[in-house]
Design a binder for this molecule. Structure first.
Ligand SMILES: [Zn+2]
Length: 382
């Protein structure tokens, strides 16, 4: 069901249309619903999620307080800044992401509150909801529509983007730039998006009233915690490098998790037919085939990154709390097999990272072409 935000975006630009459903989505939904009925689990408001929220927020608060008020030497400050960056990424993966997708609770205000944790991290929950929930989740890996695969001239992530000479080295330098993503986000991207009222090809309404207060208040609160308070207690040459360390730790983790799911050799990058604007696949099939799971047996990784190693399940059921992804994954995989939908997964984090590296190298190579990108998946990674 399309919500108001989606409608506002959809009506302001030419958007690809998905093929009519072939029954895959309905059957999958039916099986997942009977899973919840049979197990007595609740899709949202899960006690383990509330406990996790307390643990992660405690991790952020402890790292921040120890770093700002107690660290006196570099050997104390560096691990604390790294811990703070990883904890901030964990807030994003777990609390903010579920809240923004309305997957955290059945109460709207609880979801809103959890989504607003992003404002304290320096990002805008208002812009994120439109950029991620609407644009990315509807048009995953569709070039010209999915803003997540458009990083400008810095990199070529899709076979349909123009190649520049510098992209030949992108499989090396992009890992460094990934670390700077939060800084760009905090200081530039949100302001640009709100000023232009546009995300890629898609226009969106600027924040007003309460949303505007949250946008401005969130940015001010972030600058207060990130710069004003630390600079009252420490010199700039101590504060600014540690801000960089925390941001790089956060950015690397965020970027790697999101890139592994969509920018790999095994993810599809289909385009709508130029004459009709229609996609070949139905929406649910498109979500599965443009996404890749990784390291599904790594419980600790899954816990920290909010189940986002199960991105296929997330894309199919974005309003389901992430603590259930592991349990429904076999169901999803089996249904995909029955309906002939390509379901890809990397056995480990390492194999996912290697696949992303090869994809970047392939997209940056002078001989890279659409046909090379569309070659059949590598059997070793599934
Ligand atoms: Zn999402």
């Amino acid at each position: 069901m399309m919500n108001n935000s989606q409608r506002q975006l959809m009506t302001t630009c030419t958007t690809p249309k998905f093929a009519t459903s072939d029954g895959f989505q309905q059957e999958l939904r039916r099986r997942v619903e009977s899973f919840f009925e049979n197990t007595g689990r609740s899709e949202r408001d899960c006690p383990s999620m509330y406990l996790k929220t307390v643990l992660i927020l405690g991790w952020v608060a402890t790292s921040y307080l120890a770093l700002v008020f107690f660290a006196e030497t570099w050997w104390q400050a560096l691990p604390l800044a790294t811990s703070l960056g990883v904890a901030m990424a964990a807030v994003g993966f777990n609390i903010q992401h579920d809240g923004s997708h309305q997957a955290y609770s059945s109460c709207g205000w609880v979801n809103k509150l959890m989504a607003m944790s992003l404002d304290l991290l320096g990002g805008s929950s208002y812009v994120w909801a439109r950029k991620h929930n609407v644009v990315h989740h509807t048009f995953a890996n569709i070039t010209g529509h999915d803003d997540d695969i458009d990083i400008g001239f810095f990199g070529r992530l899709s076979p349909y983007q123009p190649r520049m000479a510098i992209h030949r080295l992108q499989h090396y330098y992009l890992w460094v730039l990934y670390g700077f993503l939060p800084i760009k986000w905090q200081l530039y991207d949100d302001f640009r998006d709100v000023a232009t009222a546009q995300i890629g090809e898609h226009r969106f309404p600027r924040p007003r009233r309460g949303d505007l207060v949250t946008f401005v208040g969130g940015k001010l609160a972030f600058f207060l915690f990130a710069f004003v308070v630390p600079l009252c207690l420490h010199p700039p040459w101590f504060v600014l490098p540690l801000y960089l360390v925390a941001s790089i730790a956060q950015g690397l983790l965020l970027s790697i998790v999101f890139q592994l799911a969509h920018c790999s050799e095994d993810a599809a990058f289909p385009l709508p037919k130029p004459e009709t604007g229609r996609m070949e696949s139905a929406w649910a099939t498109h979500q599965v085939e443009s996404t890749v799971d990784f390291a599904r047996n790594n419980w600790w990784l899954s816990y920290v990154i909010g189940g986002l190693n199960f991105q296929i399940e997330h894309h199919l059921f974005p309003r389901m709390c992430h603590v259930h992804y592991r349990a429904i994954a076999p169901l999803v995989e089996e249904t995909c097999r029955e309906f002939g939908v390509r379901y890809m997964t990397h056995a480990s984090l390492r194999s996912g990272i290697r696949s992303h590296f090869r994809w970047l190298r392939q997209m940056g190579a002078p001989v890279s072409s659409i046909s090379a990108a569309m070659k059949s998946p590598r059997p070793e990674s599934s």
